[in-house]
Design a protein around this ligand. Structure first.
Ligand code: ZN
Length: 203
């Protein structure tokens, strides 16, 4: 399976990192070894002094497809979950400066916590869906799909021009503003609306 991630898909986040607003989706991938499941703890890696949290809605693909028009994209997913796109921001800054690929900063082991539960999209208002991240019981990121630059169906159209989508592939759809550094001992809890989806510790 493949894990697609979308960069800079919320205006307020693109601005907080002084990135330009993209005219097409920024796409990168993580390998399946990036997944962190079952609310297992995340251990800070020794190659970075600045791991940032990025809370993101995650779309699970349930049908094989390529060149999917956005009008038909809704047929390719049923469920929405929640994930974190952990980013070694210090390493990413160095790589970006040199024009090098981001993988070491983005796709390392366990850099993609994923919720155990997914919610059927019929039970959600996809165009106006709230999600948030709390650290130590304080809200640090709060997003709504209404603020996505590229909507889920547009992301699927774009990604599937380049990559065949397969059953079980995941799309991390981008993070809203409020990204920041995690520390040992932090308690992360992620929510879709009021429902708790992620609950794990940083060690
Ligand atoms: Zn991200």
């Amino acid at each position: 399976m493949k894990i697609f991630c979308i960069g800079r898909n919320y205006l307020n986040h693109a601005k907080e990192l002084n990135n330009s607003v993209p005219t097409e989706p920024v796409v990168f991938l993580k390998p399946d070894t990036a997944l962190l499941r079952n609310n297992d703890p995340f251990y800070l890696p020794d190659f970075s002094d600045e791991i940032h949290h990025e809370i993101e809605l995650v779309v699970k693909i349930n049908k094989v497809g390529k060149h999917i028009a956005k009008e038909f994209a809704h047929r390719y997913y049923n469920e929405i979950g929640l994930g974190v796109d952990f980013t070694a921001r210090d390493l990413q800054a160095k790589l970006k400066e040199k024009g090098l690929p981001w993988e070491k900063a983005k796709a390392f082991d366990f850099s993609a916590p994923i919720s155990t539960n997914f919610i059927n999209k019929e039970d959600l208002e996809l165009e106006n869906l709230n999600f948030s991240l709390e650290i130590n019981n304080k809200i640090v990121q709060n997003g709504n799909t209404a603020d996505m630059i590229f909507k889920i169906d547009e992301l699927i159209e774009h990604i599937s021009k380049f990559f065949t989508l397969k059953i079980g592939d995941l799309i991390y759809t981008g993070t809203p503003a409020g990204v920041g550094k995690i520390e040992i001992g932090d308690h992360l809890q992620g929510f879709i609306n009021e429902k708790i989806m992620l609950d794990f510790l940083i060690k």
